[in-house]
Design a binder for this molecule. Sequence first.
Ligand code: SF4
Length: 249
Amino acid sequence: MIKPYSTLTILFILYLTGGIMGGLFAAGVFTVMTAFSRYYPPLRDYAVYAFMAIMALGGVYAIILTISVILRREGIIPTRKVIIRYMTKFADSLARRIGFDSNRLARSFIMLNNDYVEKTLKKDRKNIKRVLILLPHCIQLASCVFKVTTNVNNCRKCGKCVISSFLRMSETFAFDMFVSTGGTMARFAVKERQPDLILAVACEKDLMSGIKDTLGLAVIGILNRQPNGPCYNTTVDPEAVEAVLKNFN
Ligand code: SF4
């Protein structure tokens, strides 16, 4: 079982990412303003002020980000969106270069996203009427002849894969379930069903891109297990999904 990084490590990676992104932006503004100062000399002074202002704003944002990440709460500035949409890609390539593990990092960001979503939703859990569980098609036993991607009720509940566990779970909890063959189908299902909460099961890479694509929605990512390698006869711990469902029932 791959362990996600600690909050402190994640904060370190975010500071490094934010520092480099902010520094490059400030240096870019400074360079452009200095270049134009030959036409308007006071611009040279303004360039210094602009550089310092950007760095100061970056410092303030770092404080807001730290508090938000520690408390797992959105601040005045939407921190989840900034981290997941804008910082993860750069953070991932940077962190890999300095020796961090890409999968552990993705897991850490998925857990961070889940904590944010759960905290936000818990306040008004009564409003969560429609829950959608999105499963990847590789979770179905590859040799099964019953096509669950068109209709999950085609499953005969033989118990050879976890689809049957989810169908049994649906007798206790109210949720909609969709087995998707890819991102396009998953997006279509989300658009069609308009859920208040999505529980998405997938690998690190697919969960990260799915969460990024649906940042306006409440998505909780649950990592699959791959005892036979990626994309083939994968599985998931149904109890992990059930635990989330219990939280919102
Ligand atoms: S549990 Fe359902 S989907 Fe899985 S192998 Fe059995 S019949 Fe097929």
